[in-house]
Design a protein around this ligand. Structure first.
Ligand code: ZN
Ligand code: ZN
Length: 397
């Protein structure tokens, strides 16, 4: 008998998984529709080929979105390639060095895009540029392609955008990119804090996947073993190539980029955010909201996720030692050693989080989402406060 697809995927790279639909051992049919995912040296050179299917009509127009950094890195090149191919190309470059995905940014992009009335939008950038282009292209009803410039977050292959609005950070569902081009050489040249952020977002999956198992065991929540294994495999590959990531070796960048894309795809396939986000993300979100509510800048998502992964690894470590649960979760020391090796920020103090905010977030992050997690479990079993106090003391004395 043929190997079923849910086993086959464990041997496949995310680039081969862009347009699949299969019945899984978990009882669900998993499907995903991303046009193309290309992760390789020189991937950006394929922009004309992947754009062509969307630009068949005579009055087709392309609208490029970038910021002043990504314009220099890859934007000018993409613009040049599209113009040389004879396409009608409009372009907007955000002047900001630190662009925030908020209502003002979306408004600007909507005004600029409406003037061009594009047939296709092309985003050149990473987190924010991808999020806002996904949102606006979806709202105006045109496809978009992302040419990534940094392996900094797992949103390339997702279908949602976190937007700062109403004094909060809210998730809006949009559509998948019609093509994702990740040039490993360009990714390797990304600023260091973006590399550590991408790695942190991946390390967080250790906790996310364990929270998913906990939810399955305690509440009977839906769980997919094959998607969980698939995600864990990609995390492992990434961890195994940490030296290469440090050395900015394009091959190691490929594993990092694959794992980041796979996280988005695993959410798309399973229809739940579980494979990519657990209590480490809930903590991150609460720390971000705290900054936003005080009008402060919040740090790159994945760097906070990394720090919060250390915190949650400690939670699990203590819960295992006290006999509450019995999951194989990497120890706090191990997670910290990985993040330390890559030069990521490790402590809440590195994010200007004070003692009181830290403890409050540990106590309240469980209420952020209805989703079950170690924090909810700790609350139910009555050990949340004890652990929160102990971990706070470990960081702040
Ligand atoms: Zn499944
Ligand atoms: Zn994340």
């Amino acid at each position: 008998m043929d190997t079923p697809m849910y086993e086959k995927i464990l041997q496949m790279s995310p680039c081969e998984l862009t347009n699949v639909s299969y019945e899984c051992s978990c009882g669900r049919t998993h499907s995903i529709r991303i046009g193309e995912l290309i992760i390789e040296r020189g991937a950006a050179n394929q922009i004309v080929r992947v754009s062509e299917p969307f630009l068949k009509s005579k009055d087709a127009r392309v609208f490029l979105v970038m910021d002043c950094n990504t314009r220099r890195v890859l934007g000018e090149k993409v613009e040049g390639l599209m113009k040389s191919a004879g396409y009608n190309v409009g372009c907007y470059t955000f002047p900001d060095h630190h662009l925030v995905p908020n209502a003002a940014t979306l408004g600007t992009l909507l005004i600029e895009a409406s003037e061009v009335r594009p047939t296709l939008m092309i985003a050149v950038g990473s987190g924010t540029i991808n999020d806002i282009t996904r949102y606006i292209s979806h709202r105006i009803g045109v496809p978009y392609i992302i040419v990534g410039t940094a392996p900094s977050m797992d949103g390339y292959a997702g279908d949602s955008s976190p937007i700062v609005c109403r004094n909060n950070k809210e998730t809006f569902y949009g559509h998948y990119a019609s093509a994702i081009l990740l040039d490993t050489e360009i990714l390797a040249g990304a600023p260091h804090r973006m590399l550590t952020a991408g790695f942190g977002d991946i390390i967080g999956k250790y906790i996310a996947l364990t929270d998913w198992k906990l939810a399955r065991d305690v509440t009977g929540e839906y769980y997919c073993d094959s998607i969980s294994k698939f995600m864990a495999g990609a995390v492992q590959k990434c961890v195994d190539s940490i030296d290469g990531v440090n050395a900015r070796d394009p091959e190691a960048m490929k594993y990092l980029a694959e794992a980041l894309c796979l996280a988005g795809m695993a959410m798309g396939l399973s229809g739940v955010t579980r494979p990519a986000s657990g209590s480490e993300h809930h903590l991150t979100h609460c720390f971000d909201i705290d900054k936003i509510s005080r009008g402060l800048d919040y740090p790159l998502h994945g760097n906070t996720v990394g720090m919060c992964t250390i915190v949650m690894a400690r939670f699990y470590e203590m819960a295992v030692a006290d006999g509450y649960v019995n999951y194989e979760v990497p120890s706090r020391a191990y997670i910290r050693s990985l993040l330390e090796k890559i030069g990521a920020p490790l402590k809440p103090q590195d994010f200007d989080i004070d003692r009181e905010t830290f403890r409050r977030v540990l106590m309240t992050a469980k209420d952020l989402r209805p989703r079950y997690s170690m924090l909810k479990y700790a609350h139910e079993k009555g050990f949340l406060e004890k652990y929160a106090d102990q971990i706070t003391a470990e960081y702040y004395g």
